[in-house]
Design a protein around this ligand. Structure first.
Ligand code: SF4
Length: 325
C-alpha cells in the first residue's frame, strides 16, 4: 500500500462521521441508505432512513407492502421514483444479489449504487465513484476533465490490496464530503495534502461540467399552398430572415384555426442555438393560400432543417421543387 493510501485510511479511522449506516453490513440497509443519499443530503436523509427501516426492516417487509404504503412512508424524502424502484426491486428478488454485475441489473441501481452495495456489504473489489470521489481523485492526480470510464479505471486501480474495499470507498467519499469540498477545500487539514498534485489550483480539478440547457419544445407549421410554402418574416434573433410559423406547442390549435387547416406530424428536428437547445416538431398541412418557393428567401439554418424534413412530402405533392444540394 502506498503512503497516501495509508494516510487516508488512518484519517478515516479517526475522523469518519458517526452516521447510522456506518459499519452496517446488511445489504438491504446499505441499499436503502445509498438510494436515499442519491438525491438527499446526509443530515436530511437520516430521519427518513430510520423511519423507512423501522417500517420495512427487511426486503420481505417491503415486498409485502403495497406501493402506496411504501410511498407514504417515503413521504417528504422526495424523488418518489426511488421508493418505487425499491418496491419494484423487492418484487423481483428474494435477496439482494452479491455481485456488482447482478446488482447493476436491479431497478434504480446505477454503477455507483451497485458498487457501493457490492463493496460495503459483500466486500467485492469494485470502486464506487460518486461526485465526491470524482472530485478527490481529479484533484489528487490533477485531472481536469476525466471521462467516467477513465475515472472508474483509475479508482479501480487504486483499491489497495488487503483492505476492505467498502472501507476504502467510504474513506474516499468521506474525504470528499468533509475535507475536499467543492469550494474552498480544507487542504491544510487534508491527510493527502503532501501527495496532492492539484491542491495549489484545486478549482481546475475537475473543471465544471458544462450543463446542457434543457430542450425547448416548439412546433414548426409547414403550410403547403398553391404556389409553395407559407413564409413569414421572422423576428428576434432571426430578424430579416424568413421561415414557417414557429411557436410553442400549446398554440397549435389557435394557429391551425387561423389558417383553417388540420396539420399532421412530419417528424422532429433538433437545433442548438448559443444558449438554447430546440426540439422542433415539424407539422404539415395543405392550405388554400398561395405560398412561395422557400429557397428563394434567406432562411436561418433551423428553417432549412425544418423544410428538409417536410421536403419529401412537399416535393411529392409537386408544388415545391427540391433545391440543388
Ligand atoms: S490537498 Fe486539498 S485539493 Fe488535495 S485532496 Fe486534499 S483537500 Fe483536496
Amino acid at each position: 500500500m502506498e503512503a497516501w493510501q495509508k494516510a487516508l485510511l488512518a484519517w478515516y479511522r479517526e475522523n469518519a462521521r458517526p452516521l447510522p449506516w456506518r459499519g452496517e453490513k446488511d445489504p438491504y440497509w446499505i441499499l436503502v441508505s445509498e438510494v436515499l443519499l442519491q438525491q438527499t443530503r446526509v443530515e436530511q436523509a437520516i430521519p427518513y432512513y430510520r423511519r423507512f427501516l423501522e417500517r420495512f426492516p427487511a426486503l420481505e417487509a417491503l415486498r409485502a407492502a403495497s406501493l402506496e404504503e411504501v410511498l407514504r412512508v417515503w413521504q417528504g424524502a422526495g424523488y418518489y421514483r426511488r421508493a418505487e424502484h425499491l418496491h419494484r426491486l423487492s418484487q423481483q428478488v428474494v435477496a439482494l444479489p452479491s455481485s456488482y454485475r447482478e446488482l447493476l441489473r436491479l431497478p434504480g441501481l446505477g454503477p455507483y449504487t451497485a458498487a457501493a452495495v457490492a463493496s460495503i456489504a459483500f466486500g467485492e473489489r469494485v470502486a464506487a465513484v460518486d461526485g465526491n470521489v470524482r472530485r478527490v481523485l481529479s484533484r489528487l492526480f490533477a485531472r481536469e476533465s476525466p471521462k467516467e470510464k477513465e475515472l472508474f479505471a483509475l479508482a479501480q486501480g487504486l483499491l489497495p490490496e488487503g483492505v476492505d474495499p467498502g472501507v476504502w470507498n467510504q474513506a474516499l467519499m468521506e474525504l470528499g464530503a468533509v475535507v475536499c469540498l467543492p469550494k474552498n477545500p480544507r487542504c491544510p487539514e487534508c491527510p493527502l495534502a503532501a501527495f496532492c498534485r492539484g491542491k495549489g489550483d484545486w478549482g481546475r480539478y475537475p473543471l465544471p461540467r458544462k450543463r446542457r440547457a434543457p430542450e425547448e419544445r416548439l412546433v414548426a407549421l409547414v403550410l403547403l399552398g398553391r404556389k409553395g410554402v407559407h413564409l413569414e418574416r421572422l423576428q428576434g434573433r432571426f430578424q430579416g430572415l424568413y421561415g414557417v410559423p414557429l411557436f410553442p406547442p400549446e398554440e397549435l390549435p389557435r394557429r391551425e384555426a387561423v389558417f383553417g387547416v388540420r396539420s399532421s406530424s412530419l417528424g422532429e428536428v433538433r437545433h442548438a442555438l448559443t444558449h438554447r437547445r430546440l426540439l422542433v416538431e415539424v407539422r404539415g398541412a395543405l392550405w388554400l393560400g398561395e405560398g412561395e418557393d422557400p429557397w428563394k428567401r434567406p432562411l436561418p439554418k433551423l428553417m432549412e432543417k425544418v423544410l428538409r424534413k417536410a421536403l419529401p412530402l412537399l416535393a411529392h405533392a409537386g408544388v415545391v421543387p427540391l433545391p440543388d444540394a
